[in-house]
Write a protein that binds this ligand. Sequence first.
Ligand code: DGY
Length: 328
Amino acid sequence: MTDRPKHRLSVTVTRRLPEPVETRLRELFDVTLNESDTPMDAATLGAAMKSADVLVPTLTDEIDQKLLAQAGERLKLIANYGAGFDHIDVETARRRGVLVTNTPGVLTEDTADMTMALILAVPRRLAEGVALIQSGEWGGWSPTALTGRRVTGKRLGILGMGRIGQAVARRARAFGMQVHYHNRRRLHGDIEAALEATYWESLDQMLARMDVVSVNCPHTPATYHLLNARRLKLLKPTAYLVNTARGEIVDENALTRMLVRGELAGAGLDVFERAPAVNPKLMAQPNVMLLPHMGSATEEGRIEMGEKVIINIKTFADGHRPPDQVLP
Ligand code: DGY
């Protein structure tokens, strides 16, 4: 049991959330919203955290040690709106007695859909096809124009076989791909068999054999630049890379260099190392499809994420351990 706050909780939300979520939050708590819906700068965020019992940030807020040092005595819960929590210094929060929660599960299928969309779209050159139509220069069907690579029967290597990785595996099997994976821990035999997935203990060896590699692991100190220049070079020149997890897992400069030099067939990226900045050389590549971090962007998913935030705050307010508490 956590100490049950005696007053109506004061909750600061750093971004606009879907309307039903904001309405329910207002019914339950004293809510301060960021009406502008642009990321708060550190000073504004620091000030906002002083008077709140609960902070509801998103991945665009860097909740680091410096910021947590500015938090008021009242701050007891950071209820993150999102599954990934690499933007929160969870260890410092714990030392200050602040719980951290996230919203796992509800964005799994949507993110896996977006991953599969990129796995199909990049080898089949969808971005180039759309650009050709929009240019007004399409001259009609041709036997040789815009031929991509077949996905059916190809080897997909999934890096990170958690909830999202497994959901991608199920989709890829339905498209006739051979599923391979690398994970910190090997899956239980039953799960591995149900997914018809082959485990590679060596990431390097897996990378060298795949036709498409999909990044689906969380960003942690251990996975920062896991796909560095050396490992990216292990990929076949005919391989494609898809990343819907976090930009920091891939050395984006090294990836861009390889794409520019034609050392990789293409890439589908929903996330970037220095988002929202995107390397102009990457943008200029025809064989990439770049998306503005929209893997979980469905109306249903964003409402369900809000519902999870509310359950976490309510459970905390009732003096119990929130269901999605993140452990340092
Ligand atoms: C998350 O919740 O971490 C996702 O990246 C948001 O799309």
